[in-house]
Write a new protein. Structure first.
Length: 612
């Protein structure tokens, strides 16, 4: 690289970081330093000033921008290292994904950059907990340093829990690092843009560029385009990489009816669960009285339904069906997940409520800008309420059913949680008891979804968690698991069902995963039980996601290690107990905690002592 290219790179880098270009003296110092000149040679008339003030500040700015200590003598090496990109390649170990990943990795390395191959379903051939924990630490370290997250998204990869965890951590890194690294690039491998993705994937990949790979004929062009991006000869734009994927909405007139008391038990082609259960799926198991109660409640003016359960228990699937019932009645519906909000959204209440109104308005395709209705004269709660009263609720004569998923994320920010949840409570009471505009607030129907108890102090008179219809989803019963067994075309007796439930209880997701593989004749129940807690078992992806997540939070890992090491219930600090319960790892009675399943006790009992 010559001095002209280096100067242009540094000037652009600092402008992106600070909003200011290099001044004339800084340019002179940089050029002279690049050419190996002394300060006396660079600026003979006042070398001391240039060294102590201009040069010193320039190296400080470059150190911050490049993420390493930069000095006059080290500038060339620092810039050369900055121009070498680190690429994290996430893929599934199957063809054609594997071959494409290898070719991409080799091309990246040949071009002078670094590629890390991260198999999202790596299955070590031997039972080796230390190797597994070290591998997860390496993935974490590589993500921290990566400039690009290159995802090979095939239908199989789309069902990986480890991939969802990778994307969650990438999003957190992008929220906190400059300049929003790692950038996400997606190659859809035999997975057309028209193929629907689950809710988490859609949210994490929205606004990122995507390419389609249909055959080996596409390989060379995709590799060359990516190398051009790494070399800075092409811009990574949404247009080049496929643009923003529209969120897939359910049909407006989807035929949704209240569940019958005795639903049929369909036998259908097995489907591997991948998050929210599709409305048309034959494998959604109604919790009869709960579902019926929710479908009726959403039709009441000013309704507030609170759904609580740990992860993967069917909360989002039930919320989707409640909203579908509302849509069938002609209501406007908006599902909104707090899990995918940027970290900056939670900086203060004003940011949260502006994001909240903007997201709802966008989903309803309203033309009124939130900025036009937001004023410093009133507080953010008044602004938000006014926007609902002036724009959102009057926009149509029909009610608005609003599904708020993953509100636990707000619990992590106590300074704003009390005001936000107090606002929801005020709206509910306005519909129930208010005189002013109460008919308007009757049109708002809320479904609030959370994973655990509220572990922050909320004013009892302002909390929405002690009003409305409370619904807590529990694990499937023996009868419900038997129902699922029949739907998969399996002919089991009670002993087989009990054998599976001793391993994973009535966990909806884990039960369905087991029945899928058994119905596909890829393994037997006995083999499943023998291998479930090993790296070669069908739950390895699920278990590793939990292990990796626990590694990010040493306090949680230490607390859970105490739980799995004891046969008797363990008493934990309430916040730790609630968070473990939210993750779905424990049963909770007061502060008394036990492992949720034998599967978790066995797997984490081997590995958590290895987590620092």
């Amino acid at each position: 690289m010559d001095v002209k290219d280096a100067l242009e790179f540094v000037d652009n880098l600092l402008y992106a970081k600070t909003g200011k270009h290099l001044n004339d003296l800084e340019r002179q110092v940089f050029i002279g330093s690049w050419q190996g000149q002394t300060y006396e040679k660079i600026y003979p008339t006042n070398a001391e000033y240039i060294e102590k003030y201009v040069g010193y500040k320039l190296w400080q700015k470059l150190s911050q921008a490049l993420g390493e200590k930069v000095s006059k003598k080290k500038i060339k090496g620092a810039i050369e290292r900055a121009l070498k990109k680190r690429v994290f390649i996430s893929y599934c170990p199957q063809e054609p994904d594997l071959s494409l990943a290898v070719q991409l990795g080799e091309a990246i390395q040949t071009a002078g950059h670094r590629a890390f191959m991260a198999n999202v379903r790596e299955l070590p051939s031997v039972h080796h907990p230390q190797r597994e924990t070290d591998w997860l630490k390496q993935i974490d370290a590589e993500l921290q340093q990566s400039d690009y997250f290159l995802l090979l998204l095939s239908p199989t990869a789309a069902m990986s829990e480890m991939l969802i965890e990778e994307l969650r951590q990438v999003k957190e890194l992008r929220d906190t690092r400059y300049p929003n690294k790692p950038a996400i690039l997606t190659i859809r491998v035999n997975c057309p843009l028209t193929v629907p993705l689950n809710h988490d994937l859609r949210s994490y990949l929205r606004g990122t560029g995507q390419r389609e790979w249909k055959s080996t004929a596409d390989t060379s062009a995709i590799i060359q385009e990516f190398l051009n991006i790494l070399a800075g000869n092409a811009l990574w734009t949404q247009a080049e990489w496929g643009g923003e994927e529209e969120e897939i909405a359910l049909p407006k007139n989807h035929p949704v009816t209240l569940p019958a008391l005795d639903p049929p038990l369909p036998v259908a082609e097995p489907e591997l669960p991948k998050g929210q259960v599709r409305l048309a799926s034959a494998f959604y198991v109604e919790r009869m009285q709960i579902d019926l109660q929710c479908h009726r409640e959403i039709l009441k003016p000013g309704a507030l339904i609170r759904l609580k359960a740990p992860r993967q228990m069917g909360k989002t699937s039930l919320m989707a069906r409640i909203l579908a019932t509302a849509r069938e009645q002609g209501y406007r519906t908006v599902p909104l997940s707090f899990q995918h909000a940027d970290k900056s959204v939670f900086a203060n209440l004003n940011e949260l409520l502006r994001w909240f109104c903007t997201r709802i308005a966008r989903k309803l395709r309203l033309s009124e800008s939130v900025d036009e209705f937001w004023t410093d004269t009133y507080g953010s709660k008044d602004n938000c309420t006014a926007y609902f009263e002036d724009c959102i609720l009057p926009e149509a004569d029909t009610p608005l059913a609003l599904g708020l998923d993953e509100v636990d994320r707000v619990f992590q920010h106590p300074k704003i949680a009390d005001d936000f949840f107090g606002l929801l409570r005020a709206w509910y009471e306005e519909a129930a008891y208010g005189d002013r505009d109460s008919d308007l607030w009757d049109k708002l129907r809320l479904v609030v979804v959370h994973s655990t108890e509220v572990y922050i102090p909320l004013d009892v008179n302002q909390s929405p968690f002690n009003v409305g219809l409370p619904i807590e989803l529990t694990e499937f019963t023996v009868e419900q698991v038997s129902d699922l067994v029949q739907r998969h075309g399996l002919h089991w007796e009670v002993p087989e069902i009990e054998q599976l439930m001793r391993l994973v209880g009535g966990h909806p997701y884990l039960v369905r995963v087991a029945l899928y593989y058994i119905a596909q004749q890829e393994l037997t129940l006995d083999v499943l039980v023998d291998t479930a807690s090993t790296e070669a078992g069908i739950y390895s992806d699920h278990l590793r996601r939990h292990l990796w997540n626990l590694q990010q939070y040493p306090e949680l890992a230490q607390a859970f290690a105490q739980v799995v090491a004891q046969n008797d219930p363990v008493e934990l600090e309430s916040v730790l107990a609630f968070k473990l319960h939210s993750l779905g790892l424990v049963h909770l009675q007061g502060n008394q905690v036990t492992p949720r399943f034998e599967l978790y006790r066995t797997y984490f009992g081997d590995r958590l002592p290895l987590v620092p």
